[in-house]
Ligand binder design. Sequence first.
Ligand SMILES: Cc1cc2nc3c(=O)[nH]c(=O)nc-3n(C[C@H](O)[C@H](O)[C@H](O)COP(=O)(O)OP(=O)(O)OC[C@H]3O[C@@H](n4cnc5c(N)ncnc54)[C@H](O)[C@@H]3O)c2cc1C
Length: 431
Amino acid sequence: MKIEVLIMAKTGKKNKVIIVGGGFAGIQLAQRLNTHLFDVLLIDKSNHHQFQPLFYQVATSQIEPSSISFPFRHILKNKSNVLIRMAELTKVHPDKNKISTTIGDFEYDYLVIAIGCKTNFFGNERISLNAFTLKTTYDAIKIRNHILQTFENIASSKDGNVDGLRNLVIVGGGATGVELAGAFAEIKKHVLPKDYPRIDFSKFNIVLVEGSKNTLSNMSHKAQKASQNYLRKMGVTLHMETFVTDYDGNTLVLSNGKNIASKTVIWAAGVVSNQIEGFPPEVFTRGNRILVDRINRVLGSENIFAVGDIAYMETPKYPKGHPQVANVAINQAKNLAKNLKKIIRRREPIDYLYKDLGSMATVGRNKAVVDLPFIRFKGYFAWFIWMSLHLMLILSVRNKLIIFINWAWTYVTKDTALRLILTETDKSNPK
Ligand SMILES: Cc1cc2nc3c(=O)[nH]c(=O)nc-3n(C[C@H](O)[C@H](O)[C@H](O)COP(=O)(O)OP(=O)(O)OC[C@H]3O[C@@H](n4cnc5c(N)ncnc54)[C@H](O)[C@@H]3O)c2cc1C
């Protein structure tokens, strides 16, 4: 290392790395790239890192958006080698070692793509126009505003024509769908009746629609069964093995022949990678992910890498690619930080190896399911583990504290004080 630092001090030249995307992978890499060896440019279309696993708690008024959103300039304030630009990547030019963005072009020695995924509507444009998504902090705020506005509309309705307002539908029974359904069931029971004592909450329905036989498809059968039992007990209606075929903003059409009148449909049924112009078509594979080798190098490239959700890496144990989860994003970035150093020193890089630490999901107060490699459990202890792990992963001590206090307050009082509608949006169409 000393030799490189000396050479660089002499020539004044460091290797220029552009990281596009400051999610779990991008921020980890920016924090780890050696200050003496690399000049880093972090480009993100947003000005903050977002902790996606707790979006559902913002959507259900349990925590503040600011407690899970972290300004890049604050996180990286001590990294003198990192420059931050708020811009959107529009094209890569691999032959020119250059990218185009909404604020201009930038040249690189090494490019790292870490732009994650977006919601997959499976080509149904009408659904995409009318359903809510949960991929950004802003999406979560929009849902919160809309739900609270819905209850204001029900409370002030004079003609009693509120059918569409009374059905809240979540599409997709993965962790996001299950956690959202459980959280809505809890605020329906404990919180909203205090605010709206004249609304008959027995007529407010929370519906979860899932295309396959099971919720939490990547978890054990025990966890799947437990999550469904929890949800049913909490009053959530489950439509299993059912697909949504259409939604016009008022009526949801299901493959089982049923229609549901609803003004609130939240689409959590899958993701597809964000698109990038400039790569040849053979670089993209299923779900629009970018094919990478075992060191996250993009197929056919020497100095372009992709990490996190957007990267598709086949290994003997994961022949269909790794799961799109935070653990993979964080650890691919850690590995790449080490490898970039090795590459400039002309040493052999190390293959990425996924260590599956297990999965977990929470359904509500004292209700969670945990699958660890050596044990599976549910209930209060699982819920405690879920909370501890999420607190650990939250970035700043201040935010850990704020969230902990919020959770403790909610646990003791069964109440939250965050039911603010903060929008100027047209009330008839909050989207
Ligand atoms: C609601 C929800 C709940 C989840 N819960 C869990 C969970 O409990 N546990 C778990 O392990 N995983 C969970 N995940 C998945 C996890 O969040 C992802 O696997 C992880 O965020 C992937 O990290 P990433 O760095 O690849 O991408 P992301 O974290 O998605 O970051 C991508 C970044 O790129 C930026 N970006 C996108 N396009 C552009 C562009 N064109 N130009 C510039 N910047 C761009 C975005 O603004 C964003 O900052 C959840 C995901 C969601 C949506």
